[in-house]
Design a protein around this ligand. Structure first.
Ligand SMILES: NC(=O)c1ccc[n+]([C@@H]2O[C@H](COP(=O)([O-])OP(=O)(O)OC[C@H]3O[C@@H](n4cnc5c(N)ncnc54)[C@H](OP(=O)(O)O)[C@@H]3O)[C@@H](O)[C@H]2O)c1
Length: 423
């Protein structure tokens, strides 16, 4: 162990059961132990031979308790937090705040009701919010919440998304200006997590921009660095360049399983977690859509516009209806809804650290909390797997389709919101 100030960094640790006395909360036996050695955590059941063993770096060992077969362990594992980096952990459900940005929908933001919703989520441990420098008005909104709740832990993940048309001009001064602006809006002495996006791989400068961010991390303005909407090759290139990424934010759901093929294996191997949006497809993954005709006119908000296209990629409206019914039936066995099953499915995928869920109503927040206590069993997974086998989902690696100017996905993206948001 090394100690710096009041924080400890753990290098090697072994925790062994030496006696079983009184009321035991787990079924480990004397001699069982877990250990962290040179960045790898391993669980050994000495008394049961093979037992279960899991490994990963301390950063990526995440929220899966090694003894998850046990009911007590399972409960703890589902509500436990994922460690993204030493001293920094997150809940399974992160609250997304794009929904409150100018332009996401015409619905006005009721600050008092929203702050009460965020309080209610934080009371159940969901104390982390996701936003972006380009979600107009949202960093300032969260800053106001933090000031109103001084003393309460409110972790905030923001993004650094330089304007698409300004990528060639992104230098140290540009990066510093945007980060300083996020700091001023959000308050506090440092940004908890900054998720970096680069719109066009063909424009040079992505790694240099990440290095400027890393310099700001070293200077204490940023605690942790991450990516969003970045494919596997570019993620690997940034890691190889020494950028200390702890997570990457991507779309990952029963409808969009692009991260599974390449990015998730890289994430597992390199110790980062996937933070996943779209797990309820903007609200499409809800029983209220069962039996409904495919929406024809304008949709109420930009999430629905985005995920309507994903439904088409995933086999179309009829295939989506069949999946909804399967998710409803699985949920009925557990007394939960379609959205809970969909969120838990995403949470159960390898390398996933959290789902990021947009919540505008207390009803959605309350329903989503049921996901914390939901465990899918083998029969559930088989039923969902069978339905998904008939649904292709969007092709290619993470965010490839969105980067293709000819695709309908690219056609609905709003670019160059960053400098507009400065004014
Ligand atoms: N990096 C990126 O490019 C990117 C892209 C999209 C999103 N995000 C992040 O992810 C967050 C989530 O956004 P999203 O677009 O993916 O939306 P989403 O989370 O898939 O869907 C949000 C909608 O689903 C409804 N909902 C939530 N929980 C529900 C439940 N348990 N049952 C029924 N309905 C439920 C909510 O309804 P109510 O409105 O009634 O509460 C809300 O309108 C964003 O706020 C943002 O932080 C990032």
């Amino acid at each position: 162990m090394s100690a710096a100030h009041d924080e400890f960094q753990l290098y090697d640790l072994r925790v062994e059961v030496v006696a079983n006395r009184g009321r035991m909360l787990c079924r480990e036996s004397v001699g069982d132990y877990f250990e962290v050695r040179s960045g790898t955590i391993t669980m050994r059941h000495r008394s049961r031979g093979s037992g279960c063993a899991r490994s990963g770096t301390p950063r990526n060992r995440g929220n899966r308790c090694p003894g998850a077969r046990d009911a007590h362990h399972r409960e703890r594992a589902m509500t436990a937090r994922t460690v993204l980096a030493p001293g920094y952990d997150i809940p399974p459900v992160i609250i997304g705040a794009w929904q409150h940005s100018e332009g996401h929908s015409a619905a006005p933001v009721d600050r008092a009701a929203l702050f009460a919703l965020w309080d209610a989520m934080a009371d159940r441990g969901c104390d982390t919010l996701d936003c972006a420098d380009i979600y107009t008005g949202v960093e300032a909104l969260i800053g106001a919440y933090r000031r109103a709740r001084a003393g309460r832990r409110v972790q905030v993940h923001t993004k650094f998304v330089p304007d698409r048309d300004a990528l060639a001009q992104v230098d140290r001064a540009y990066v510093t200006r945007i980060i300083d602006r996020s700091l001023a809006r959000l308050g506090g002495d440092a940004l908890d997590l900054v998720q970096f996006h680069w719109w066009r791989y063909e424009v040079p400068g992505m790694i240099e921009a990440a290095r400027h961010l890393d310099d700001l991390r070293r200077a204490g303005k940023i605690r942790h660095l991450a990516l969003t909407n970045t494919n596997t090759a570019r993620t690997a290139a940034l890691l190889d360049a020494g950028i200390p990424l702890v997570s990457t934010q991507v779309q990952y759901s029963v409808l969009d399983r692009r991260p599974a093929a390449q990015l998730a294996p890289l994430a597992r191997a390199r110790g980062l977690h996937l933070l996943c949006y779209g797990s309820v497809a903007g609200g499409f993954l809800d029983a209220s859509w069962i039996g409904a005709a495919a929406p024809a006119g304008a949709l109420e908000n930009r999430s629905l516009v985005k995920y309507r296209l994903i439904i088409d990629d995933a086999g179309g409206w009829d295939a989506f209806q069949r999946l909804l019914r399967v998710l409803r039936d699985v949920g009925a066995r557990h007394g939960v809804g379609v959205a809970n099953v969909a969120q838990r499915w995403t949470l159960d995928q390898p390398a996933v650290g959290a789902v990021i869920v947009g919540l505008r109503s207390m009803a959605s927040a309350t329903r989503t909390l049921a996901t914390l206590d939901l465990a899918l069993d083998a029969a559930d997974r088989a039923a969902i797997g069978e339905a998904l086998a008939a649904m292709p989902g969007p092709a290619g690696d993470v965010y490839d389709a969105e980067r293709d100017p000819a695709s309908p996905h690219a056609g609905i993206i709003r670019y160059n919101l960053n400098d507009a948001a400065v004014r």
